[in-house]
Design a protein around this ligand. Structure first.
Ligand code: AMP
Length: 644
């Protein structure tokens, strides 16, 4: 989900004999010979002007394109088992919207599982499903899996290509140097039928579209592909940083997909700069870099001993303060490209500390289901970022969500209480009708629903968005939050229900010792890297109101039990990626949750309807809890995780 130097030459080779620039994307609705299958206009991605023209046309002709996208998806897939049940094999938008239900993952899971177990993919998609993309949401403790097709890789390539002219519009000279993008692949597995199951970015980086991308002078990386594709994340990180440091004078921008990953890289640098400098000084890669591909390419980049460069980097890194370190190590850097919207907003201040005032650029909004939107004003401040949905990516619908508070985007943090529940009820109503992309209203909140080219029909993505404006006729959306997610450090997304289940398992341990958990809440502590989950527990001895004597071993076991009970993405981040630190339980003194309630009521919560928030975001509320902490315990072992 980041700017990527992909040209659609691969697409051209596969599908097209035409090399003319499209004059008008509107021709997509009239069988333009320059159009690739799946509503993808064909153009030269090195041609900025052509790219901008495509974007202008796409955003001018939203209504026609959306109509055509739906028509194409339905016409192709009308005979799939799934749609056959609702449609009579014909395209009719009204019938589609009347009969095809708006669904959650649980509704489509049986189909996905059938495909994973060897059923033909045409039960949901006429195009063969070539792999399943493991998404960060979970179902029954396992990652959700989203279908993907060969054509979909080209759709992603098309999308990535469109990011280039947008960036070039705001930042000059991106062809005069390189990008130090720290990109990683994650573990992958196979389903019983032999389909690959892996995260969307791993799928993309391993694809031909990425690996055989044509040269694009606006998008040259410091990381050789071998270092990105290395499955050992430590070797990958080390080698990518080493290559980035060696080429520091050429680097014009730095980044990673998400803010959390970029900060992890800074922490890695803090822990390893001496060894990196030693490699640069000697021109020899450390022996523990055993991945043959990495060794080979990094040796080439290192080339020869560079003692002066090593001295310089050592000088910067040994400074007491790392404030502005990015600008010092990569002095030509113009911006940091990382997603800092949504749950990643919690990292903005830390990034600002390290960046030395560089702009933080969130280029795109995407998911395993589909790539959605582009930030047309990439230099805007993180809290002002909006994404324009690209109308040929999917057919978009919107479930209106009522926001009861007048203060709009504030609601998530309001009173330290997550007010999602009041929004949820609106969308759960069966009779709520969806709104089309062209009909959304400025200032309104909606939940995104997609019908994709890959076999998802009227699928609730779970993201709540707010309309902030329009680019031509295309609405722009601010990402507000993800439905049901209360805790997130990296790509993990823990819901209130997940947390309750995990806490319920852990509290059994103390209950057997006569200790009761009377209240709990949580927050994502990102003050250190990596961040970690913190649970505040108020405990009491059975039969009296006294704080029990706590055995650290037992409490550590509670921490581990919570971790073991969280979903597989959490456990992978914690065990494999090391992107989440050990979970902490902070035991608070008696009456702490009463103090929290008093605070929430003072902030406007109703006393009668007050429920303890299971996740706290307000700094003031966290202070109230923190000031009453009597003991802290950390998980002592990483939870079990295996590829499934
Ligand atoms: P996954 O399917 O695991 O790749 O996760 C996709 C989800 O990540 C989206 O549905 C959003 O909730 C979140 N996400 C992706 N891109 C952004 C973004 N630019 N800003 C905020 N949240 C995002």
């Amino acid at each position: 989900m980041r700017a990527c130097p992909i040209s659609c030459t691969a697409v051209k080779q596969q599908f097209s004999t035409c090399s003319r620039k499209p004059k008008d994307v509107n021709q997509m609705t009239r069988g333009n010979p320059c159009q690739l299958p799946g509503m993808l206009p064909n153009y030269d991605p090195n041609d900025n002007e052509a790219g901008m023209k495509i974007l202008e046309d796409l955003t001018e002709n939203v209504e026609q394109i959306q109509q055509r996208v739906l028509e194409e998806i339905i016409t192709r897939n009308a005979r799939t088992d799934y749609l056959k049940g609702f449609l009579d094999g014909q395209f009719d938008k009204q019938v589609f919207k009347k009969t095809v239900p708006v669904v959650n993952y649980e509704d489509i899971k049986p189909y996905i599982e059938r495909i994973a177990n060897g059923d033909s993919s045409n039960i949901i998609s006429a195009e063969p499903i070539i792999e399943l993309l493991t998404s960060s949401g979970t179902s029954g403790g396992q990652p959700k899996m989203m279908p993907s097709t060969a054509e979909d890789l080209h759709r992603k390539t098309f999308f990535y290509n469109l990011l280039v002219p947008v960036m070039n519009k705001y930042v000059d000279g991106l062809d005069e140097g390189k990008a130090m993008y720290l990109l990683f692949v994650k573990p992958e597995t196979k389903t019983p039928s032999g389909l690959m199951a892996r995260p969307v970015l791993t799928s993309y980086y391993k694809s031909n579209n990425f690996q055989n991308r044509p040269f694009n002078r606006f998008n040259v990386f410091t990381s050789p592909d071998e270092t990105i594709l290395c499955s050992d994340s430590k070797q990958s990180m080390y080698c990518q940083l080493l290559c980035g440091l060696v080429q520091r004078q050429e680097v014009l921008r730095v980044g990673a997909v998400f803010a959390s990953a970029f900060l992890r890289a800074i922490k890695f640098l803090e822990d390893n700069w001496k060894e990196l400098c030693s490699n640069i000084r000697t021109g020899h890669v450390s022996d523990w870099i055993t991945d043959p591909g990495c060794r080979k390419v990094v040796s080439l980049v290192l080339n020869k001993p560079k003692p002066e460069l090593a001295d310089l980097i050592e000088h910067e890194c040994s400074s007491k303060s790392w404030e502005g370190i990015i600008k010092k190590l990569w002095p030509r850097t113009k911006y940091i490209e990382v997603i800092v919207t949504g749950s990643m907003a919690q990292y903005v201040s830390t990034l600002e500390y390290y960046s030395g005032g560089l702009p933080l650029v969130s280029t795109m909004y995407a998911s395993s289901e589909c790539y959605f939107g582009i930030n047309f004003k990439p230099l805007s401040k993180p809290w002002d970022v909006s994404y324009t949905l690209i109308p040929n990516m999917a057919y978009f619908e919107f479930l209106p969500v009522k926001e009861k508070n007048e203060d709009g985007a504030q609601y998530v943090q309001c009173n330290g209480v997550c007010k999602e529940n009041c929004m949820e009820k609106e969308t759960e109503k069966e009779d709520v009708e969806t709104v089309e992309l062209v009909d959304v209203k400025l200032g309104q909140y909606y939940e995104l629903v997609v019908t994709t080219f890959t076999g998802l029909y009227r699928y609730r993505v779970g993201d709540i968005l707010m309309v902030t404006g329009f680019h031509n006729k295309a609405p722009q959306f601010r990402f507000v939050h993800r439905r049901n997610v209360v805790l997130s450090i990296d790509t993990d997304k823990t819901s209130e229900e997940d947390l309750l289940k995990a806490v319920t398992k852990a509290k059994v341990i103390v209950e057997s010792l006569g200790i009761l958990l009377i209240e709990y809440t949580s927050y994502a502590d990102t003050s250190s890297i990596p961040g970690h989950y913190v649970l505040f527990w108020e405990l009491t001895s059975k039969g009296n109101n006294h704080l029990p004597v706590l055995d650290p071993k037992i409490m550590e076991q509670c921490c581990s039990t919570v971790e073991e009970s969280l979903d597989s993405v959490y456990r992978r981040c914690r065990r494999k990626d090391n992107s989440i630190g050990p979970l902490e339980i902070r035991v608070v003194q008696h009456g702490t949750f009463d103090a929290l309630m008093d605070f929430c009521v003072s902030q406007g919560s109703s006393v009668n309807q007050y429920k303890t928030p299971r996740c706290i975001k307000s700094g003031e509320a966290i202070n109230i809890l923190d000031s009453r902490v009597v003991a802290r315990f950390f998980s002592q072992k990483a939870p079990f995780w295996e590829l499934v």
